[in-house]
Design a binder for this molecule. Structure first.
Ligand code: TMP
Ligand code: ASP
Length: 248
């Protein structure tokens, strides 16, 4: 590889830092209306109370998320994804993020199990959609659809789009993972508006933002291994990448 090529791959032309989150940084991109996302190895849980590092997570999540976003785009889902730039960097369309996390649950787990006193793993007859207000200071509280519209975070039409897209994405991902021996238990999505005002899927899809259980053994292959100190965290992320890379 020439030095120029190497520079192109390793040191992407990034503009000013726009935002630094717990797991990613977002920079102004090389073209107007683009951002460069860089994935970090940092991991947090319980609204930042627990902190750690998952070695290689940034590289693994960048790759997993890239494959899943390309798959969803191929199936007609509008996303922010443009192209992978390097091991840890992806070029995306600039979105104005809607400050709502959309969680969809195929099975009871995590905070739903705790809040409602239900056993983890109970299969839901149809997916449950939840909205959380993205606000670290408040610990991302659960809100209803009418909070989202009445507080002006999204219009009624946009909320309908979020629900339709979130469920369609779930069908596509559930099928994708089922073919690879993985149960998609639940997942968190974020959406934003592009420069034309169209709603697109943003953020990432990875073991940080989904619960993945091995279909045969039930073993957890996601960030719950970090949240719950189960060990084998890096191995679980690597296993999800291995499964995702299987082509059908
Ligand atoms: P929960 O059961 O803790 O509410 O999580 C539901 C899903 O959302 C699970 O797949 C993990 C994901 N998630 C995030 O991506 N970010 C978060 O901050 C939280 C709390 C959950
Ligand atoms: N990422 C979130 C945090 O740091 C929570 C989580 O994923 O459990 O608080």
């Amino acid at each position: 590889m020439t030095e120029a090529m190497d520079a192109g791959v390793q040191d992407v032309d990034k503009g000013r830092l726009i935002y630094e989150g717990k797991a990613k940084k977002v920079y102004q991109g090389p073209q107007p209306d683009t951002y460069v996302v860089t994935y970090k190895d940092d991991a947090t849980a319980f609204n930042g109370e627990k902190k750690g590092t998952i070695i290689g997570k940034g590289v693994v999540n960048n790759r997993i998320s890239g494959i899943l976003f390309r798959y969803l785009e191929d199936k007609g889902i509008p996303t922010h994804y443009l192209e992978a730039l390097s091991d840890r960097e992806t070029l995306v369309r600039a979105l104005t993020i809607i400050p709502v996390e959309v969680v969809v649950r195929n099975r009871v787990a995590g905070s739903m199990a705790k809040r409602l006193g239900l056993p983890e793993g109970q299969v839901l007859p149809y997916p449950v959609v939840e909205f959380y207000y993205k606000n670290d200071a408040l610990g991302d509280p659960l809100v209803t659809e009418s909070h989202v519209t009445a507080l002006g975070w999204a219009s009624r039409a946009e909320v309908a789009t979020l629900q339709t897209l979130a469920l369609r994405i779930g069908e596509l991902l559930t099928d994708f993972f089922a073919q690879r021996g993985v149960v998609l238990v639940d997942y968190k999505l974020e959406f934003g508006r592009d420069s034309s005002g169209n709603v697109r899927l943003g953020d990432e899809i990875s073991p940080d933002t989904c619960r993945f259980w091995d279909a045969a053994s039930g073993e957890k292959l996601d960030k719950d291994r970090f949240r719950r100190d189960l060990g084998g965290v890096e191995e679980a992320y690597a296993e999800i990448l291995r499964r995702v890379e299987v082509t059908d």
